[in-house]
Design a protein around this ligand. Sequence first.
Ligand code: NAD
Length: 494
Amino acid sequence: MDQNRIEALRNTSVPPAHHLIDGTPCAASDGGVMPVISPLDGKQLTTMAKGTRQDADRAVAAARQAFDNGIWSGLAPAARKTVQLEWAALIEENALELAVLGVRNNGTEIGMALKAEPMSAAATIRYYAEAIDKLNGEIAPTAPGTLGLVHREPVGVVGAIVPWNFPLMIGAWKLGPALAAGCTVVLKPAETASLTLLRIAELALDAGLPPGVLNVVTGEGGTVGAAIAESMDVDVLAFTGSGGTGRKLLGAAARSNFKRVYLELGGKSPNIVFADTPDLDEAVKVTANGIFRNAGQVCIAGSRLLVERSIHDAFVEKLAAFTEGMKVGDPLDPVTASGAINSLPQLERNLAFVEDARASGATIVTGGARVLQETGGYYMAPTIVTGIAPKDAIAREEVFGPVLAVLPFDSEEEAVRLANDSEYGLAAAVWTADLSRAHRMVRAVRAGVVHVNTYGGSDLTVPLGGVKQSGNGHDKSLHAFDKFLDLKTAWIKL
Ligand code: NAD
């Protein structure tokens, strides 16, 4: 990483952000704007268009027209591939600028942001670009007098609604396969992380994506997001965010056109450490990074640590020591391990969880407080909480911050029971040297991904999706195409 360049970019002024509708930057229909506050210092970074329902409707109309006239879906797949590959290259060329802008907007540590945001988005868009001309239809094994063909067709207009923690990575998980499939998109970024998505949408135009194929409308979820969700002209919603919003989207689909709704929601993911863990120091390090990087604002964060009782105290002691060595603060400093909390309300929410636990008698082993308040930024010390019961809010609810709830267990059966005692089922991990136990645990724990002797860090080749109230559908891998391709049968009498 070029730290001099990062420092030069740190204070550059950011122009006011506009929607991108039908290939043109535009203001809100009523001229409304909203401030964009940087979590690094609590100061205003710029403003962005505060979208109206008319703005959302206009973007949907542009996407509908671009879909119906075949300007994108009607291209030869290889031609669409060329555009997407060029787009990925442009994102990579601008990666550091995008990463710094994103960090100033949402607070992720720069090292992680560079890899997980522009570089990951570019890799995702390239992955799906490369697949575009390899999506074959099927010939069904019918009787001799008939021919059954199964076509795979783009579903139409996709409403993509994404959160603030990894806007480019998660945005690309929707945009890559949706556009590769031939769909057109209206994208609604989160209120507190819109700038980089707008920037990559402009790069898509530079790469040759026709106007109207990718539209971005900024503003509030309850206005812009709701209008997209209720639209009769949106065929699919691809959503990542909270369960509360997910419920509203399902309701909006039911009240409008039964659009398909794919939800990637939250988690309270169990990280299960057995006494026979092959390398305890590695488990300590990965456990800490698995909850405290990006200040815990990671959907799959290992926020529930289950530790076999015989090593519980020693493990927690090592973990606290490691955690206290993690630098908290300025996310543009390359040695920072845990950056800013995205917004003041989110910081206050995190602290309230800890205060409730403290009031109920929990032990705050380390952290538990706001730090670096003098910077004006939103920072919280990584926090480890013990002495809690499985029924406590801190052990059940998603904090979405740097807060780790720890529970002991005495047997494999109890570990499974505790792990599954959750409304969520997004991710999990098991640390053990026993291969059979590892496989038993993978089968027994209800989650979309179960890590063994590691936490996080998968790649594009495997799907990510939740079970239970962590959602439905999958991002990543070729399975992501299923959300954006319809099956159509041609039944032909020979
Ligand atoms: P959120 O639900 O508040 O917001 C997500 C998006 O939905 C934003 O763009 C927001 O503007 C929009 N929105 C809000 N209200 C809406 C409404 N009524 N109609 C339509 N759109 C609306 O979630 P958040 O706080 O931005 O993100 C944090 C949540 O996202 C956490 O629960 C986290 O676990 C989850 N998440 C899940 C994954 C995953 O892959 N499963 C990944 C990242 C984050």
